[in-house]
Ligand binder design. Structure first.
Ligand code: FRU
Length: 614
């Protein structure tokens, strides 16, 4: 999605600045006091707004205790540069106005033999600043129509809710580097799910630890006592162990106040990512919590969001069990659009153990009576394993609370824990998937399945029709279409494929550098696949090259595809999202051509359109 980086609030105003030469910066606004080979104090000039910290990604973390008027306020971990600076990150000190700030820095030495911290280049490049406006240095791969943070690491979208016309997206965020660390709730808002505005950090780590994933709910009945306009957040505090904490907001989710009596839930085993909702049938709050290492979900109930009672558990031995269970969501949806026939969906994200390795989202269909979840069984009496997305890059998918018009709008983290920290971007890492509407449909064998359709707002992105083709038969050589030349070739492709003769249809995106991504619809097997083994840069991880395969659930030998190509991702939706596949790609140059062919004999294209995206 397009991000308005200019509205990074007053903190990040417009002024071009990234890395400045070391000599020009030495000690500017900071006094450096080396105490021992691995300990340095940095006194920051009074009322400095920001300190810019130089980062070298390959380094281990240095621990920075922020001491304010002699008291330890908080700790952050930063890969301070020793030999070269990859980028700088801003540490915001504006809340300490009028106070004395000293950074007590423990560097990861053990360097006795190698050198002392005082020789590191971070001290000469560290400086204070009024503004931080990192010019976008990632124009090659930064998505043009997906949400990404301007800089820093992001994983799970979480705590998402809709209120007063605004979609609020929070996410697992490291503001101090592009690898996982310092988990904080970053925040972005949107009026249309397409254009996102960065907002100030929403919930920062505290004495209970980092702020892991969680959820938000509106509380118009004021059951928690924070006011009828309150947004209530529950999240996992992660330090030595994981506990569940609460915060609330009375300004629509911009700022949160933590509950002084935190934590609200403790267990004697690892549990995280609380997801709560108001159950109108029981007039109670319900909560799902991932009992991560037990491969199960725990269910709690509460009258007031503060006191929670364990009601039941679900999942032991069911579905995919290989990895830890994380990031649940539970909601009800009509089956085939019929409001009189509704089923409950339990989303269970799992890492690793996905169908193509690494992290992935599975789900269960069943019934929820306010206390117990009972999964539907298939014809053989088993609880089937079902996958939300058959690509490698859709994880931690959860939905927005309180979305309008009974919508179930979902976002996923468009990456995979196998290689998320190694992908070839550095200023930022990771994007979220396109927003998707979740719907239930009945599959061929009567099984109820979850479809993910691109959200209707995405239609507003469509620009010119750059290629068009009516009904035509396909040969081995195929038909070739040019992708748009503007905006790095980002586009939306609509294709109606006819494989009713039983022969596969192949769609290949390619460029002059020889990079290609091949998607094949196989009407005999009822599958669609995507091969990114030669998609461009793939060598940053052995787990990246992959061919992913999805069941298509169609009977007719015909398949309609809707494919969104951004600078570093491909999202394929077949038959209105009945089969979905999300895969990252890092082409050396943008793909320029689409070839549609019938490699094994007679097949046809019924219709094709390629749109540029605004
Ligand atoms: C899932 C996850 C969550 C946790 C968060 C930490 O990707 O492991 O279970 O809350 O990431 O960043």
């Amino acid at each position: 999605m397009k991000i308005d980086h200019t509205d990074f609030r007053n903190l990040f105003a417009a002024a071009a600045l990234t890395l400045l030469p070391a000599a020009a910066l030495a000690g500017d606004g900071v006094e450096i006091m080396h105490l021992s080979p691995d300990n340095t104090l940095v006194r920051v000039e009074k009322d400095a707004r920001l300190v810019l910290l130089p980062v070298q990604e390959s380094n281990p973390d240095a621990r920075i205790d922020i001491i304010v008027d002699g008291k330890a306020d908080r700790t952050i971990n930063v890969r301070l540069a020793t030999a070269k600076t990859d980028y700088t990150v801003p540490l915001d000190l504006s809340s300490y106005k009028g106070k004395d700030v000293v950074l007590d820095i423990l560097t990861p030495q053990g360097r006795g033999s190698v050198g002392e911290a005082k020789d590191d280049i971070c001290w000469t490049e560290m400086r204070t600043a009024d503004e931080f406006n990192p010019a976008d240095t990632e124009t090659k791969y930064r998505p043009l129509f997906h949400h990404t943070p301007l800089y820093g690491w992001m994983n799970d979208p979480n705590g998402m809710f809709y209120k007063d016309g605004v979609w609020n997206l929070y996410y697992q965020y490291n503001p101090y580097g592009s690898k996982w660390q310092n988990m904080t709730w970053g925040h972005a808002t949107s009026k249309d799910l397409i254009h996102w505005e960065q907002q100030p950090l929403a919930i920062l780590p505290d004495g209970f630890g980092m702020i892991f994933s969680g959820s938000c709910a509106l509380d118009p009945q004021n059951t928690a006592g924070f006011g009828s306009d309150a947004v209530v957040a529950l999240y996992t505090s992660a330090n030595r162990n994981q506990i569940q904490s609460m915060a609330h907001s009375n300004d629509g989710g911009m700022t949160f106040e933590k509950l002084p009596a935190n934590p609200v839930i403790t267990l004697d085993s690892e549990a995280r990512d609380p997801n709560m909702f108001r159950n109108p049938e029981t007039q109670e709050w319900n909560l799902v919590l991932a009992h991560a290492l037990e491969h199960e979900m725990l269910f709690f109930t509460s009258p007031d969001l503060k006191t929670w009672t364990l009601a039941s558990s679900f999942g032991k031995g069911l579905g995919a069990q290989d990895g830890v269970w994380e990031c649940p969501d539970l909601f009800k949806l009509p089956v085939d659009g019929n409001r009189d026939n509704q089923k409950w969906v339990l989303l269970v994200n799992l890492n690793p153990g996905g169908p193509f390795g690494g992290s992935a989202a599975q789900y269960f269909i069943g019934d929820w009576d306010g206390h117990t979840f009972t999964a539907d069984k298939d014809a053989k009496g088993n609880v089937p394993t079902k996958w939300l997305d058959y690509g490698k890059d859709n994880y931690a998918t959860v939905t927005f609370s309180d979305a309008p018009d009974n919508r179930r709008t979902a976002l996923g983290w468009m990456s995979n824990w196998q290689y998320a920290a190694d992908v070839p971007t550095m200023q930022y890492r990771s994007a979220n998937t396109l927003p998707r509407e979740l719907k239930l449909f009945t599959g061929a064998d009567g099984d109820i399945l979850l479809a993910s359709e691109p959200s209707p707002e995405l239609l507003s992105l469509r620009g010119k029709t750059v290629a068009k083709c009516g009904k035509s038969s396909l040969s081995k050589k195929g038909k070739t279409f040019r992708l748009p030349t503007e905006n790095s070739g980002v586009c939306e492709i609509l294709a109606e494929l006819d494989g009713s003769n039983g022969n596969p249809v192949e769609l290949t995106l390619s460029n002059a550098a020889g990079n290609k991504v091949t998607m094949v619809y196989d009407p005999k097997e009822h599958t669609v696949s995507m091969d990114r083994t030669r998609s461009g840069v793939t060598d940053f991880s052995d787990n990246f090259p992959a061919v992913t395969l999805a069941p298509t659930f169609e009977k007719s030998g015909r398949l309609s595809l809707r494919i969104f190509v951004d600078r570093s991702s491909i999202e394929l939706f077949a038959d209105g999202g009945r089969a979905v596949m999300t895969n990252l790609v890092f082409p050396e140059q943008p793909y320029t051509t689409l070839t549609v062919s019938a490699p094994k004999g007679k097949a046809a294209l019924k219709d094709l359109k390629i749109f540029s995206l605004k």
